[in-house]
Design a protein around this ligand. Structure first.
Ligand code: URA
Length: 440
């Protein structure tokens, strides 16, 4: 559904910038005009960059963040799942999850089919990775034949017949955010909480989901390095969601160490399939089940047992149908890296730290991620983790295996891992817990 174009008064871009530079508050009309004018090209990149920096330094109040979010939603189309019916013709509720991004975060892959088992539709519009955090679409594209681009009709049909879809967001969804995010990326203004909150929530509200669970990551591998900032971001996003009629809750979860035992593309698909088969790393299973419970509860389903659906094959069944519906072969062997190199434990003891950012950068340098939007990722590249924080290790045991098709990348990947691992005397315990807080 196309949103109405901005019809209000015009403003002077320099005055808008100076208002925020001097710590003032922007009016709803100034904000609506600014986003509309920037999307149309009537405000120059350098002016928007200056305004973003002023917002980063001076902040925005709730009303400004809400106005900024609404203006970004109105820059494009808004999807609507109100008419969605299942194969038997009954109305389907929708629920979605958004993670602020981390290392080894493959949770969307087992989570979407798991939630669909309980009759709630999951319309997951995802992105590709940039920098050290992976992208869900890059991971799924490791599956032979799988395609990310779906028309609206294909998406609706798949939601009705399978219950879950993970696909690329079309160009018409919050186009202002696409332009703004690219600008923030090159002007040191990504980290502003009002801009992150409005960027994420404009896309999720425009996507049209009825309920939303936010997984706000905290730690070295995340945008938010400390809990207080993560809590502020989560609280802001939950309020934006609720104001827009989307039942929204947030979990704060640890990203000081990677999730699971793999960071890459094909190797994360493989790990997700292990979880769907009732196995897989304990942290991935715990977070998948917790997020499934939250997504279902937010959509009004309170008596579901997601852990059982992982064990008895129901989630795997939906996964196979979801992959096949998008041209993928769920049984096909996944691509493997041609070269590998293993790093061994330097001492006996307990692994108390395995730094998420270091592992993410190593996987990226091995070819699993991209530095620029146009880069091609290697499906088989990444890092396998043989031990996670809390494990007892012996000197000489394998700790990490680095995977790539291009062995000249090993040296730079190993540089990223210097100091990433801390082994403490036996009896020591790692500091962090997986689920830190819940904001509703
Ligand atoms: N993810 C987004 O979509 N936007 C941001 O600003 C940061 C993370």
């Amino acid at each position: 559904m196309k949103q109405p174009a901005y019809q209000g008064p015009a403003f002077d871009a320099v005055e808008v910038i100076m208002t925020k530079r001097d710590g003032g508050t922007l009016s709803p009309e100034q904000i609506a005009w600014t986003i509309d004018a920037y999307t149309r090209g009537a405000i120059a990149d350098e002016q928007m960059a200056a305004l973003n920096m002023a917002i980063l330094l001076k902040g925005m109040d709730r009303a400004e963040i809400s106005g900024w979010t609404t203006a970004m939603i109105n820059s494009g189309e808004r999807m609507d799942f109100a008419g969605l019916r299942n194969a038997a013709g009954a109305p389907m509720a929708t629920t979605d999850k958004h993670s602020t991004g981390g290392v080894g975060d493959k949770i969307t892959l087992p989570l979407a089919p798991l939630v669909a088992v309980f009759g709630v539709a999951v319309p997951q519009l995802s992105g590709r990775g940039l920098g050290h955090t992976g992208g869900t679409l890059d991971k799924l594209e490791a599956i032979p034949g799988w395609r990310a681009e779906l028309s609206h009709g294909e998406m609706m049909r798949q939601l009705s017949e399978v219950g879950a879809v993970i696909c690329a967001a079309g160009a018409s969804l919050a186009p202002a955010d696409k332009k703004l995010y690219a600008l923030r990326d090159v002007t040191g203004t990504v980290e502003a909480i009002p801009l992150i909150a409005s960027s994420i929530m404009s896309k999720k509200i425009a996507e049209g989901t009825g309920a939303l669970v936010l997984d706000v990551k905290v730690g070295s591998g995340a945008f938010m390095k400390n809990v207080d900032m993560a809590r502020e971001l989560a609280t802001t996003m939950v309020a934006l969601g609720r104001d827009a009629g989307v039942n929204t809750v947030a979990l704060l979860t640890d990203m000081s160490t990677p999730l699971g035992q793999s960071a890459g593309n094909a190797i994360e698909v493989q790990e997700s399939v292990e979880v769907l088969a009732g196995g897989g790393p304990q942290d991935v299973v715990e977070l998948t089940v917790k997020l499934a419970q939250e997504m279902l509860a937010a959509a009004g389903v309170h008596d579901a047992d997601p852990a059982a659906a992982l064990q008895d094959g129901r989630a795997m069944d939906v996964w196979r149908r979801m992959i096949a519906a998008q041209g993928g072969d769920p049984e096909a062997p996944l691509p493997q890296a041609r070269e590998s190199e293993t790093i061994h434990a330097p001492a006996d003891g307990v692994l108390v730290e395995l730094d998420a950012l270091s592992v993410g950068v190593a996987a990226w340098r091995l070819g699993a991620g991209r530095a620029r939007k146009e880069d091609v990722v290697q499906a088989g590249a990444g890092v396998r983790m043989h031990a996670k924080p809390g494990a007892v290790v012996r000197a000489g045991e394998p700790l990490l295996t680095l995977l790539t098709d291009t062995p000249e990348k090993f040296a730079r990947a190993k540089e990223a891992l210097v100091g990433a691992v801390t082994i403490a005397p036996e009896g020591s315990r790692p500091a962090n817990r997986l689920i830190i807080d819940r904001i509703a």
